[in-house]
Write a protein that binds this ligand. Structure first.
Ligand SMILES: Nc1ncnc2c1ncn2[C@@H]1O[C@H](COP(=O)(O)OP(=O)(O)O)[C@@H](O)[C@H]1O
Ligand SMILES: [Mg+2]
Length: 167
């Protein structure tokens, strides 16, 4: 079973740069394909972490990654994998991966997909790709600069609701 290095499972980020670097390191230890759910309030650092993922995967540099606000998804094509950055902020009601038309990302293809979803708590159904690894990443603001980041890996067992606390 895949498990994250302990220093990635629990991390206190002291600065935006440290969150960026956390994202780079996380990217390098992700299995492929993988679904990364980024949860946390506005300003928690979800986009910063996604920028780090793009850099760690080698598909884009941080300044070229911005939140896909007016389109649902930004796509970055790498040599060995593709990176998809999704932001569900504007989604009025929680939806499922299937109902958003995103299940295709995980169908067998020439390159595996890494899919990062901001406001991942709005993704209430994760698709039916048994065995797909997904990561639940929760960011919390501790003060103006410090963020706690907690990441947990699980595998889909079939069509599955996202098991978020408090749901
Ligand atoms: N440790 C930190 N990690 C990430 N962002 C931080 C941190 N400290 C301060 N910030 C600031 O918080 C904001 C995070 O913004 P962003 O990544 O867009 O958040 P989100 O996508 O969760 O709304 C940025 O303005 C960033 O400079
Ligand atoms: Mg954001």
């Amino acid at each position: 079973m895949f498990s994250l290095p302990a220093e990635l499972a629990e991390f206190i980020s002291p600065s935006p740069e440290a969150t960026l670097e956390y994202g780079r390191r996380l990217a390098r230890s992700l299995p492929r394909p993988c679904l990364v759910l980024l949860r946390g309030e506005l300003g928690a650092g979800k986009t910063m972490l996604a920028k780090g993922l793009a850099e760690g995967l080698g598909v884009a540099s941080a300044q070229d990654v911005s939140s896909p606000t007016y389109t649902l998804i930004h796509e970055y094509y790498g040599e060995e994998m593709d990176f998809y950055h999704i932001d569900l902020y504007r989604l009025a009601t929680p939806r499922g991966l299937n109902s958003l038309g995103l299940e295709d990302l995980f169908r067998p293809r020439s390159k595996p997909a890494i899919v990062a979803v901001e406001w991942g708590e709005k993704l209430i159904e994760l698709g039916s790709f048994a065995g797909l690894l997904y990561l639940d990443v929760e960011l919390r603001s501790l003060d103006a600069e410090r963020r706690s980041i907690r990441a947990r890996a699980s595998r889909l067992t079939g069509l599955q609701n996202a098991p978020f606390p408090g749901r």
